[in-house]
Write a protein that binds this ligand. Structure first.
Ligand SMILES: NC(=O)c1ccc[n+]([C@@H]2O[C@H](COP(=O)([O-])OP(=O)(O)OC[C@H]3O[C@@H](n4cnc5c(N)ncnc54)[C@H](OP(=O)(O)O)[C@@H]3O)[C@@H](O)[C@H]2O)c1
Length: 308
């Protein structure tokens, strides 16, 4: 019934919009038409709420990542929950920056907040650890979780320039709208904060993650690592310490005979360490826009199963 964008307008029709026509319109560079035109997403949520509860069933949020405050997503999610909508997002910003408040807002509104696409696209990381691993403690999480930098490091090994690899990732829609968020480790830091907050009850934000990116790494660094029997990888770590849950993101030399060294190109991997089951590793063999879209569809189906 409603679609809000940044530069292509915002449309609302209580009887439903033509989604295919809207997508074609935006892809052609035009503004949304059909229904009432509204100034922005907050107005859309308010309009849907005033159309009645059935019209505010679910808000799906995919605005660009802001690692410092999770905005505008965090405010939009709060507005959607207090308007009585369930919420689905693929945006790690609000989960990394505002998880305690959003969880409380969802609980007090009696609505669901789903975000499986935040880490490893459609791979069910949060569902697995949240629903599938009761009665154990997650002691640490370690992973290669940023596709753009993993692809870039593989390109450096092959003697290709970082700028070409980054252009590839932008063309495939995988790099963030601002690619420095990938290269400087912010995307991985936001994922570390989201994982630490949700799965380990941490109090992290992306800014609290000790962070070092891959911008300074060169083909020579990648070759030197190989000669030493290792491969450069941007490794995210979340750990339970005496000081609470802490996290870091940094390039590391990973020995060639380990699983993480074989996580190449657009692959991702995550190892969840537990007290009862030891280590559980999930490997994603390719993350594209299709997998992110699947995460949103899967969350919709999960939501339907919970409320039906
Ligand atoms: N791409 C991936 O592979 C991937 C994977 C997992 C998670 N994510 C997350 O998904 C989110 C979207 O990523 P993306 O690659 O699709 O980004 P994108 O191509 O930049 O799309 C962002 C969308 O948000 C709209 N938008 C911007 N500001 C808005 C506002 N204030 N109100 C309403 N809409 C607004 C934009 O509209 P206009 O185009 O009109 O400006 C555009 O439709 C990000 O948070 C990202 O971290 C992406």
């Amino acid at each position: 019934v409603g679609i809000a964008t940044g530069r292509h307008g915002c449309a609302f029709d209580a009887d439903g919009l033509d989604a295919t026509a809207a997508a074609a319109c935006v892809e052609g560079g035009g503004a949304l038409h059909g229904g009432a035109r509204l100034p922005g997403a907050a107005d859309l949520i308010a309009a849907a709420a005033s159309a009645g509860p059935a019209r505010t069933a679910v808000v799906i949020e995919t605005t660009p990542l802001s690692v410092l405050d999770g905005q505008p997503a965090a405010s939009l999610l709060r507005a959607a929950l207090s308007a009585g909508a369930h919420v689905i997002t693929a945006n790690k910003g609000p989960i990394a920056c505002a998880w305690p408040e959003l969880r409380a807002a969802a609980r007090s509104a009696g609505r669901h907040l789903l975000f499986e696409g935040v880490v490893m696209d459609g791979i069910p990381v949060f569902s697995l650890a949240g629903d599938g691993l009761p009665a154990l403690t997650i002691t640490a999480i370690r992973g290669i979780v940023n596709t753009t930098t993993n692809y870039l490091l593989a390109a450096l090994e092959e003697g290709r320039e970082a700028t070409t690899a980054l252009a590839d990732m932008r063309a495939r829609g995988i790099a963030e709208a601002d690619p420095s968020l990938d290269v400087d480790g912010w995307d991985a830091a936001a994922k570390a904060a989201a994982l630490g907050n949700v799965l380990m009850d941490g109090r992290l934000t992306p800014a609290a993650v000790a962070r070092s990116g891959v911008a300074r790494l060169t083909c020579a660094d990648a070759r030197a690592a190989l000669e030493a029997g290792c491969r450069l990888k941007l490794i995210m770590r979340v750990e339970r310490t005496a000081q609470g849950v802490t996290a870091s993101v940094a390039p590391e030399r990973v020995p060639l005979d380990t699983l993480f060294a074989r996580v190449n190109g657009t692959m991702n991997a995550l190892t969840i360490s537990t007290d009862a089951l030891d280590d559980i590793t999930i490997v994603q063999h390719g993350g594209t826009l299709r997998e992110t879209a699947y995460a949103l569809v899967a969350d919709l189906v999960r939501l339907w199963r919970r409320i039906a």
